[in-house]
Design a protein around this ligand. Structure first.
Ligand SMILES: NC(=O)c1ccc[n+]([C@@H]2O[C@H](COP(=O)([O-])OP(=O)(O)OC[C@H]3O[C@@H](n4cnc5c(N)ncnc54)[C@H](O)[C@@H]3O)[C@@H](O)[C@H]2O)c1
Length: 509
């Protein structure tokens, strides 16, 4: 869905035969609903067709040993040289990530929560006993090769910023002080209208948004030179920006560049960073729920310059739980009448989200999950009337240690009601940091892989996001375990290993 002109909204979807359609509406909500319905219908039609095609031949297919997909790893460039990680927004998440990498490099801590560092991948049959570590299976950059820079509206270096964030203990930070103090923020591209609760002095000036983009491009080239990095990645860890809908300015690279030159209001700062990165051929991941790269102009640029993109909004606490529980209800065909989620948190992110504009961006990202997993269109008796509410309350005493409560009203056999309560006392940035690390390493892998670098959106990284990006007309996959299977199967595919379907009939031959 996108906004064509003020008051005109376009539903935008692909039918089961892959034909693109658009229909005009007077409200964003109507357009969105129509697009979701048509997309779900197209998927159902496609799934039925595929089932019919598979029918009859499936038993035979199960017995036949499946040919391994052709290996493309031979053409994946090796992870040679340094990998530069550039982070707009050097706050709690960014500093917990960078401090963590340095602590792990020094042998002071373990990379807990990181799939790339601790995860294994099963290859072949369950009887083969082949389960290498992921980092030994695919050629990932080594932690020793990571170098960092960032941008922020505050002048604090990473040591000062990490100390202010209060996530990591001073005892650990002091051991990392010389390294963290050396990472200093470059002046940011910032617009107070997009983040109303904060303001800072370390901000670039320019006549137009295009001037600001040019300055960022220069920063990127300078960092590449000064750090000696052979490859770069940009990872948005900046504050959540105010909610905007896609407009005509976001529809193509041409209209986007015109809008940059004309200082169009609907070009958010995060989009300027994304544009600068992609123009420099640098992959971009979006850890916040802002639109940023989730617009046709960025997809076009990403494909054109072979710089992969992914987003949006790290899947850390409450939504992680939601995408584990909701698939379980659907798997057992338990109904859902309501899901009330509330959060209290007291870090700067919580303060920013106290503004209604930024909260709306986060709310949209958190709300989409249930509809996509439960598919009320396909299961109206179970999920047609569910009430879903998400609240975030700024509560300073908690700092980064968030509490997320969920009250879930479900119903079972004959409609009898039941309740589930979840109280997750989590640490936001501790959950986010390993996600940042994995995304950095996997995006770099994508950039070195001919089959992946020109496709734009890296949907196989949906596992890490609350609101995974997909091409127009394709609904996102939210179920955490399907997402993990997709990620691991992508890695198997890249190495020419058999994809794992969990069919398992071959064990009974
Ligand atoms: N921690 C989590 O679990 C989690 C999960 C999902 C998403 N996120 C998102 O990640 C982002 C970072 O979270 P955080 O807890 O580190 O927040 P934070 O407030 O500690 O850090 C954000 C930093 O971004 C800076 N900033 C804002 N606008 C900027 C701009 N235009 N250019 C450069 N810097 C800018 C701020 O000054 C701040 O230092 C937020 O958008 C948050 O919503 C966090």
């Amino acid at each position: 869905m996108y906004q064509k002109r003020p008051g005109i909204y376009m539903a935008d979807w692909f039918d089961a035969k892959g034909r693109r359609h658009r229909k005009q509406f007077k409200s964003a909500n109507e357009a969105k609903k129509y697009e979701h319905r048509e997309t779900a219908l197209a998927h159902a039609e496609r799934a039925t067709r595929e089932l019919k095609l598979a029918g009859g031949s499936s038993a035979g297919a199960a017995k036949r040993p499946r040919a391994r997909t052709e290996s493309v790893t031979s053409s994946v460039a090796p992870a040679k040289g340094k990998l530069g990680v550039m982070i707009p927004g050097m706050g709690a998440v960014a500093t917990t990530f960078v401090a963590g990498v340095e602590a792990i490099r020094k042998g002071l801590a373990k990379p807990i929560g990181s799939v790339t560092q601790m995860g294994t991948i099963r290859l072949g049959k369950r009887t083969e006993g082949r389960s290498p570590k992921i980092k030994e299976f695919v050629p990932l950059a080594s932690l020793d090769d990571l170098v960092f820079t960032g941008w922020d509206i505050f002048e604090d270096n990473m040591y000062e910023s990490a100390s202010n964030a209060g996530v990591l203990e001073p005892r650990l930070l002091d051991q990392l002080k010389p390294f963290l103090s050396s990472v200093k923020p470059q002046a940011a591209v910032f617009d107070h209208n997009y983040v109303k609760k904060i303001d800072g002095p370390n901000v670039k000036k320019g006549k137009t948004k295009m001037d600001l983009a040019e300055q960022l491009r220069q920063d990127i080239r300078d960092f590449k030179k000064s750090s000696g990095a052979s490859r770069l990645i940009t990872m948005w860890c900046g504050s959540t920006e105010s909610y905007i809908e896609p407009t005509a300015a976001h529809q193509s690279v041409k209209s986007f560049e015109k809008a940059l030159r004309e200082n169009e209001e609907k070009i958010a700062p995060s989009m300027i960073y994304a544009y600068a990165s992609l123009m420099e051929g640098v992959p971009f991941a979006n850890g916040a729920p802002n639109l940023t790269v989730d617009i046709p102009a960025m997809l076009e640029l990403s494909r054109q310059n072979e710089a992969p993109i992914c987003g949006k909004d790290f899947k850390t606490g409450q939504t992680l739980m939601k995408t584990v529980l909701a698939p379980a209800f659907k798997a057992r065909l338990l109904g859902l009448s309501g899901w009330y989620s509330t959060n209290i948190l007291g870090n700067r992110d919580g303060e920013v989200l106290d503004d209604p504009g930024s909260f709306k961006t986060k709310e949209e990202s958190k709300l989409g999950v249930l509809d996509h997993i439960l598919q009320p269109g396909l299961y109206p008796e179970l999920y047609g009337n569910m009430f879903h509410k998400v609240r975030i309350n700024y509560y300073p005493p908690r700092g980064d240690n968030k509490e997320g409560w969920d009250n879930i009203d479900i119903f079972g056999w004959l409609g009898y009601p039941m309740q589930i309560k979840v109280d997750f006392l989590c640490r936001d940035s501790i959950l986010a940091a390993p996600i940042v690390l994995d995304l950095v390493l996997f995006l770099d892998l994508a950039q070195r892989t001919p089959e992946l670098r020109g496709i734009g959106i890296q949907e196989w990284l949906s596992f890490y996001f609350k609101s995974p990006m997909t091409p127009p007309g394709l609904y996102p996959e939210h179920d955490l375990f399907i997402q993990l299977m997709k990620l691991k199967n992508t890695l198997r595919h890249l190495k020419g290993e058999e994809l794992i379907t969990h069919l398992g009939l071959e064990y009974y031959d």
